[in-house]
Write a protein that binds this ligand. Structure first.
Ligand code: AKB
Length: 337
């Protein structure tokens, strides 16, 4: 008999770190993790088995299916927006072809078991493309179906993979003689994420967490966006809370497959003010990188998450004040003590 597991790709990343800690709290969860890198030391004991491999290694994925029965997939592996602009073809291979390989694996598992396995997918505000700053100022809180014209390879990848997930959940092999058991694809569009435990890499919303961690280390930080740059953010515990909350929702409650979720929206200067409250000696300057600036300017100032709040009672636990005062500041001080 194959061991039943929850399969987490990109498990060595920021979301993976928090997700593993949450899922492992339930001893009934057996975690199979997968990443190009070893797991961070602190979470290694929490998983049943970790595979260091490449998402494009289909032989490895075939071997996994022969050894494990997958109950759910949390597909976190991706090249984020800045890194994807440096290597766009690699980003497309990992972000799209890697996701397609996993969707096919999920479809085979669902067919084999005769029941839909869940495929939980973190998408991003990068799927939005505000055409100019005036539009960004006028259309403040963007709904899921608005402005879906991404200007980055990463945003294009995430939007297309959302569509692939919908296809595999509703139309896969629609001309076949008998309809295969579909997968249960569900996604959330995350804003910029800020973790006290880990540092991001390769993102364009990274200026927030980078600024905070630099202040905690006593290092000067030249912020790569303008002071007035505004996008939504969320702390990592709420990001995992959203993934697990969506996964737990009854399918009949869902009016869509992909939802906006957010917690608070603020400018880079307001973010810096919050950092200075926690670290008064913080040396934060603003030196915009015009190319990265134009990416963040194309992202909405805020997103409307009312569909998630209505369909599956999404509610962030951390608003702006609580995020900094009760999570980020105390936990980051502890991390760098
Ligand atoms: C990035 O900056 O690329 C990500 C994102 C906003 O999805 N953090």
């Amino acid at each position: 008999m194959r061991k039943r597991v929850i399969f987490i790709t990109g498990a060595s990343g920021e979301i993976g770190y928090e997700l593993i800690r949450n899922l492992a709290a339930d001893s009934n969860n057996h975690l199979l993790t997968f990443d190009l890198h070893e797991l961070p030391e602190k979470v290694r004991p929490l998983v049943d088995h970790h595979i260091v491999s490449d998402l494009l290694n289909e032989n490895e994925l075939t071997r996994i299916v022969s050894e494990y029965e997958i109950d759910a997939i949390f597909h976190l592996a991706a090249l984020l927006s800045t890194r994807a602009e440096i290597t766009p073809e690699l980003a497309h291979r990992v972000n799209v072809e890697g996701t397609l390989t996993l969707l096919r694996l999920a479809a085979e598992q669902s067919q084999w078991r005769g029941e839909s396995i869940q495929f939980i997918f973190p998408s991003s505000i990068a799927v939005y493309g505000m055409p100019d700053l005036e539009s960004k100022r006028i259309y403040q809180r963007v709904r899921e179906f608005e402005w879906n014209q991404p200007r980055t390879m990463y945003g294009c990848n995430k939007l297309y993979c959302e569509m692939l997930g919908n296809y595999f959940s509703r139309h896969y092999r629609q001309l076949a003689a008998s309809q295969p058991t579909p997968i249960d694809f569900r996604g959330v569009r995350f804003p910029g994420l800020v973790s006290a435990a880990t540092l991001p890499s390769g993102g364009t919303s990274d200026y927030g967490p980078e600024m905070l961690h630099a202040a905690a280390r006593g290092e000067a930080y030249p912020c790569f966006v303008r002071e007035d740059t505004r996008i939504p953010f969320m702390v990592m515990p709420d990001a995992v809370h959203a993934l697990l909350g969506l996964a737990a929702a009854p399918q009949e409650a869902l009016s869509r497959r992909v939802y906006n979720v957010t917690s608070f929206s603020l400018s880079a200067e307001q973010f810096a003010d919050r950092v200075r409250r926690a670290f008064p000696d913080a040396e934060i300057t603003f030196a915009p990188d015009l190319k990265r600036q134009s990416i963040v300017d194309s992202w909405p100032a805020d997103i409307d998450d009312s569909a998630a709040r209505i369909d599956w009672q999404w509610q962030p636990a951390y608003d702006l004040g609580r995020a900094f005062e009760e999570y980020l500041a105390p936990r980051i001080r502890e991390r760098y003590r």
